[in-house]
Design a protein around this ligand. Structure first.
Ligand code: GLU
Length: 500
């Protein structure tokens, strides 16, 4: 096809696209940011499920943008309409709000680089595709499902690379006349990019986390626009990251194999290639097999972000835990810096693990204990109230009726050198204090003290305790009396002996 024919074809395929590529580029000027400021994006597909890996992604975007005084924006990638679930964007929004990982701009709060929902950017993508058609860099492909299947089977049999490329790209060089015939027939088509890739060429991904990864160059004529007129993820995100001036693409390492494709698209489109940081998946030891595997939606409740709220795990605790996961030197720093938060830490891609990261709920609990041990009794009280209001109204009432008492209870041994670490979740506020409230201690309220299981209570010991107990004693005096009492009655007087 000569240029004139390509222009004609582009008009036939995209009659309603009147904008030009240059006009669009003008609407998305360079951002004026300080030197070194990172522009990151969280780009989930609204599929109705938000997992802790997504949260990790958003957290990393937030952290790196924040600490470089950059921009963190939210973009919904909903071009795969079959996977789209009604209400899914609300779940993403509410999760980001719950964990206070709020983007600076994007689908939640707008901005001048929008729209931030891919399905609302169809005209933009089509403008670029029309331009590629005019330049002879993309073409309509009318191959049917059956034809593609047949090619695939042959390739599998011959152990060749799978896909439409070289001799298999039958529609690459159709004449304008042939294309018109297909269109007159009403044949469905997709648009494919003409890959300039060669079989033996390689490309190197300079990954900020994993270092250099060399892979075969892409040689497949990838689909860039589907039959429904919407672009594929691969095409759309390359366009968006370019126009929205993303400087670092932070995403799960399941995308590493797609990098050659994305790099090639950037090159064909003449875009500057952003930096990439592919982080390792979250893993755990399978209880049944003992093997380390990826966290799974089906098997692991902790994979879903909803789990944390329901368990009463504080958002700050989850973020501290994510910090330990993403930077191997974080935990030590946090334990040493008792008055600091994760926001004060200098996160770096170089300290990110390159292999799978073990997701250990016990570790999460421990870091939450440390977190709570550094908070004031009032704050723990205030922060746990909404949890009980939502999940346990009865205890919520107990809390509000006994505010001062509960705060005094939470304040015991809180402000010394080694503050108590009995609280790991909001739930623990109840489990640890419950014995103070008769309605819980005696369950059905019908029971009285006289009904306590006397056989299992050492009444004599209690009497002895009452004899030595003096409410005016300070902490140390009280404790040494307890030790004496314990020793005299054959109980361990220090924890180490008991543990032995
Ligand atoms: N929409 C993609 C997903 O949800 C995001 C991949 C990316 O961040 O580039 O998996």
């Amino acid at each position: 096809m000569n240029e004139e024919e390509r222009v004609e074809l582009a008009e036939i395929l995209f009659p309603s696209i009147k904008t030009t590529r240059d006009e669009i580029e003008e609407k998305y000027p360079e951002r004026s940011l300080e030197e070194g400021a990172k522009v990151t994006r969280f780009a989930p597909s609204p599929t109705g499920f938000m997992h802790v890996g997504n949260l990790e992604s958003a957290f990393l975007d937030y952290i790196f943008a924040n600490q470089s005084k950059g921009i963190f924006y939210l973009r919904f990638e909903d071009t795969d309409q079959e996977r789209y679930v009604e209400g899914a964007t609300d779940l993403i929004k509410s999760s980001l709000e719950t964990f206070d990982i709020l983007p600076t701009e994007g689908a939640l709060n707008g901005g001048v680089y929008g729209p931030y929902v891919q399905s609302e950017r169809k005209e933009i993508y089509q403008t670029y595709i029309k331009d590629l058609i005019i330049k002879g860099l993309a073409y309509p492909c009318f191959m049917t499902k059956e034809e593609l299947q047949e090619i695939r089977e042959g390739q599998e049999l011959r152990k060749e690379a799978i896909g439409v490329y070289g001799p298999y790209a039958a529609d690459r060089d159709l004449s304008l006349h042939e294309i018109k015939k297909h269109l007159d027939n009403g044949d469905e088509y997709v648009i494919r990019i003409k890959s300039p890739g060669e079989v033996n060429n390689t490309v190197t991904l300079h990954d900020l986390i994993k270092g250099d990864i060399t892979m075969p160059e892409n040689m497949i004529d990838e689909v860039i626009m589907k039959k429904d007129g919407l672009p594929t993820y691969h095409f759309a995100h390359v366009i968006d990251d370019h126009l929205m001036h993303t400087t670092v693409v932070i995403r799960g390492d399941e995308w590493v194999p797609s990098y050659p494709k994305h790099l090639q698209l950037c090159q064909i489109l003449g875009f500057k290639v952003p930096k990439y940081a592919h982080y390792a998946p979250l893993t755990k030891k399978d209880e049944e097999t003992g093997n380390v595997r990826k966290l799974s939606k089906r098997k692991d409740p902790e994979f879903s972000v909803e789990y944390y709220e329901k368990q009463g795990i504080p958002a700050e605790g989850v973020k501290l835990f994510l910090s330990t996961i993403v930077n191997t030197n974080f935990e030590e720093w946090y334990l040493q810096n008792t008055d600091k938060s994760y926001l004060d830490f200098n996160f770096s891609f170089k300290k990110m693990p390159t292999g799978g990261t073990l997701f250990d709920v016990e570790k999460l609990n421990n870091i939450c204990r440390t977190y709570f041990s550094r908070e004031s009794a009032e704050k723990i009280y205030d922060d746990s109230l909404p949890y009980f209001k939502k999940y346990d109204e009865e205890f919520y009432r107990v809390m509000t009726d006994n505010k001062d008492r509960l705060i005094s209870f939470l304040d015991i041994e809180r402000n010394g050198k080694r503050p108590r670490k009995d609280i790991a979740t909001y739930k623990d506020v109840k489990t640890e204090s419950i014995y103070m409230f008769d309605e819980y201690f005696f369950g059905d309220k019908e029971k009285t003290y006289s009904e306590i299981d006397k056989e299992n209570v050492d009444i004599e010991l209690l009497k002895k305790y009452l004899n030595v107990f003096d409410e005016n004693d300070d902490n140390e005096t009280w404790y040494s009396k307890i030790q004496v009492l314990a020793e005299e009655n054959n109980y361990a007087d220090i924890l180490e002996i008991y543990v032995k």
